[in-house]
Design a protein around this ligand. Structure first.
Ligand code: ADP
Ligand code: MG
Length: 569
């Protein structure tokens, strides 16, 4: 499409605004233009935090010589033509605003050569006006150089942070687009140093390796198979979600490792971030966030990108649909990432009364004892863990077990925490928490901060079986506690909960803390029966592989690994 001036009616409908806030915004707009021009190589060079120089070189379609000046006029674009196009934007740019806005606050040079042209066009602009025009040799593509950004806008210059900070914003923009477009070769040079270089192989994992390193890349798994069935122009099945997510082992303390794209447009969306975090629910320790790269393919008319000047926020026609699709896709990938061995033998053993575990293991293994054993009525089989045979205890902390495919070393505290956590959640959901009345009420003294929290949270604690009532200044009377905690340090647990709670999911924090305080400790010797009982319970939980804080409950050494380690073929 050629570059045209947008109709005033279209202009009045676009969410115009300041697009050049800092050097990174210039880089973002220029890189988006290069991507819209179908470039397969984009090289970005910056100096002085992007204030002295930003140069973006691409091998895209180029701008025809006759249209170069037009590209720098406000509201001129080759990407949309009329109001209707505004409803179905497929390019990253569409407002014809970036180049004129950049020109208004910096000195800009462009060399561009469109296909079919034998020589490139050179244009130099100062204060938004063309200062020079000429021809220059160049292969197909465009080079735009931006110098002395904000020199004439001191107020803006003052607002900028240190060059190092501005550089990090720039590197982030480039990284995000490198993740969104793995088929494009990106190079970023900061003050002459190569900061980032992606191979343009088309494989997301290669971009991830370059940007986050090998360790993270090794712990990433692909998401998204299927989805995105179209029926006419309406989307009938869930939107298609693709990308990669990190295993809980590579979680981070900030949300900065979550990249969200809508049809490969980098966006920020609390809704989507929440959907991703929800999918990790129970798998990450508190305060940790996932590494994830998520792209959602949606028909353009189902998403409005024209609500924010920087086009970084979007509005969905059907938020719930998108939320569910993202959450489901991520969860599915995580389940696959933590593969669970399948049980081959008939699974009638599950749900039997405790104490029969040993014989049931034998049942699955050898058929000759079968007749002598009482068979419990089969219940809904759970296949989250195979049946494990307890071999012994290690360091009074780990239970050594054997399963159908090798050795499982189980962290007794983490495993018990998981078992108790699910039991507590289950009982609470049914309002059937087992409560133990205290023979004598116990007074609980709290500090002022704990007092504030406790005042507004009796109800939550009561749901879990604590009967607590005020008894004078910062003092409370406790009449009953959850049966699970009766002989444990429930005072410590209540204090911990009161200290750690600040918004968030109260109920879950209480359940986690209860599980943690009532679980067997590391260093505690267990009898064979106790170990067997714990393993039997672990086999029946929904998420046996991690404790409620997100730490692993077990390490598996497969028979294949054992053979390899011992050098057997
Ligand atoms: P928009 O991207 O919204 O169309 P811009 O001001 O960013 O507006 O760019 C104006 C026009 O200049 C674009 O529509 C496009 O035709 C052209 N253009 C800008 N950068 C490039 C580039 N790197 N390669 C090819 N064409 C470009
Ligand atoms: Mg643009």
């Amino acid at each position: 499409m050629t570059i045209r001036v947008l109709d005033p009616e279209v202009v009045s409908r676009i969410a115009a605004g300041e697009v050049v806030e800092r050097p990174a915004s210039v880089v973002k707009e220029l890189v988006e233009n290069s991507l819209d021009a179908s470039s397969s190589q984009i090289s970005i060079e910056v100096r002085g935090g992007g204030v002295s120089l930003i140069r973006v070189i691409d091998n895209g379609l180029g701008i025809p010589s006759a249209e170069v000046e037009l590209a720098f006029d406000r509201y001129t674009t080759s990407k949309i033509g009329n109001l209707e196009d505004l409803e179905s934007i497929t390019s990253l740019g569409f407002r014809g605003e970036a180049l004129p806005s950049i020109c208004a606050v910096a000195q800009v040079d462009i060399v561009t050569c469109a296909s079919g042209e034998s020589v490139g066009t050179y244009l130099s602009l100062k204060d938004g006006m063309v200062a020079n025009r000429g021809s220059q040799g160049r292969s197909q593509g465009t080079t735009i150089t931006v110098r002395n950004l904000f020199r004439k806008v001191p107020a803006r210059l003052k607002f900028l942070k240190s060059p190092a900070t501005e550089n990090s914003h720039i590197a982030n923009v480039v990284s995000q687009y490198a993740l969104a477009f793995p088929e494009v070769k990106f190079t970023l040079l900061i003050d002459g140093r190569v900061t980032l270089r992606t191979p343009g192989s088309g494989r997301l994992i290669d971009s991830v390796t370059e940007i986050y390193g090998l360790e993270v890349a090794r712990n990433m798994v692909e998401i998204g198979h299927g989805g995105g069935e179209w029926e006419g122009r309406a989307m009938v099945s869930p939107p298609k979600v693709t990308g990669m997510v990190g295993s809980p082992a590579v979680s981070r303390s900030s949300r900065g490792y979550l990249s969200l794209f809508i049809s490969r447009r980098w966006v920020s969306s609390r809704l989507l971030a929440w959907a991703v975090e929800e999918a990790y629910h129970g798998l990450l320790p508190q305060g940790k966030h996932p590494v994830a790269i998520i792209n959602i393919s949606l028909p353009p008319e189902q998403v409005d990108v024209n609500i924010h000047p920087a086009k970084s926020e979007v509005k969905f026609q059907n938020e719930r649909l998108v939320f569910n699709a993202v959450q489901k896709a991520v969860r599915q990938a995580l389940i696959e990432l933590m593969p669970v061995p399948k049980i081959e033998a008939p699974i009638t053993a599950y749900g039997t009364p405790s104490g029969q575990r040993e014989s049931l293991w034998a049942l699955a293994g050898s058929s000759d004892r079968l007749t002598t054993l009482p068979l419990a009525p089969p219940q809904t089989p759970k296949v989250s863990l195979p049946m494990l045979r307890v071999l012994g205890q290690l360091l009074s902390s780990y239970i050594i077990t054997e399963g159908p495919d090798g050795l499982y070393l189980i962290d007794q505290h983490a495993a018990h925490e998981r078992v108790l956590f699910e039991r507590i959640e289950h009982q609470r959901a049914r309002q059937k928490i087992e409560v133990q009345g205290l023979l004598e009420p116990v007074t609980l003294e709290v500090n002022p901060k704990q007092d504030e929290v406790l005042k507004s949270h009796y109800d939550s604690l009561a749901e879990f079986g604590f009967s607590i009532e005020p008894f004078g200044d910062k003092t409370y009377l406790v009449r009953a506690v959850p049966a699970l905690l009766y002989k444990k340090d429930w005072v410590g647990m209540v204090r911990e909960v009161l200290d750690s709670l600040s918004g968030g999911d109260w109920a879950e924090s209480i359940a986690i803390s209860m599980a943690c305080h009532s679980a067997v400790r590391a260093g505690q010797a267990l009898t064979d029966d106790e170990m067997r009982e714990l393993i039997r319970q672990l086999e029946q939980v929904a998420l046996p592989h991690t404790c409620p804080h997100g730490r692993p409950t077990m390490i598996r050494l497969s028979s294949g690994q054992l053979k390899r380690e011992f050098g057997r073929s």
